[in-house]
Design a protein around this ligand. Structure first.
Ligand code: ZN
Length: 163
């Protein structure tokens, strides 16, 4: 994806206050490596380890603030990521929570997602399938399209005033 300017990321937040968006910190490495291979950007705030962000480029840029679990739970178990359906992230996947946009979010409503803790789902689905995976499914490799679809669903749920 195209790497947005820092100011554009701040303006794109849909589920946080303007002051919190203003306090968001970008990762030290910006733009992130291999940007062309990424369907979304994600990072943990370097100054607030329980805050993370997900930035998606659709018709418009959408930035979502995520809360991370207080304890690094589930890192020994192999939890599957909801976006890339892999268990291969070095530190596994963790449940992150996004406050919904608008009135629902102000009422405390949120959406959960299990997500690779390194946010490298886009890179993972672009790795070649292992031999046994090719022979078992016999289907074309549509992991990247599926990732984009699941990502879009998540954004829709965060934005949705209903459902
Ligand atoms: Zn993933």
């Amino acid at each position: 994806m195209q790497i947005p300017e820092q100011a554009a990321v701040r303006r794109a937040f849909v589920n946080t206050s303007r002051s919190r968006a203003a306090s968001m910190s970008l990762p030290a490495a910006w733009p992130p490596p291999r940007s062309d291979d990424r369907d979304f950007l994600g990072w943990v705030d370097p100054r607030a380890p329980r805050r993370a962000y997900l930035v998606v480029e659709g018709d418009e840029l959408v930035a979502i603030e995520l809360r991370l679990p207080s304890a690094p739970g589930g890192r020994t178990r192999k939890t599957m990521c909801d976006l890339c359906h892999s268990v291969d992230a070095p530190d596994g996947a963790a449940l992150v929570v996004a406050t919904r946009a608008g009135a629902r979010g102000r009422a405390g409503d949120s959406v959960g997602l299990c997500l690779c803790t390194d946010f490298d789902c886009s890179l993972r689905v672009r790795e070649p399938l292992k031999e046994h995976q090719v022979s078992v499914s016999g289907r074309p490799d549509d992991r990247q399209e599926q990732l984009v679809e699941r990502l879009r669903d998540f954004v829709t749920r965060v934005l949705s005033p209903r459902g």
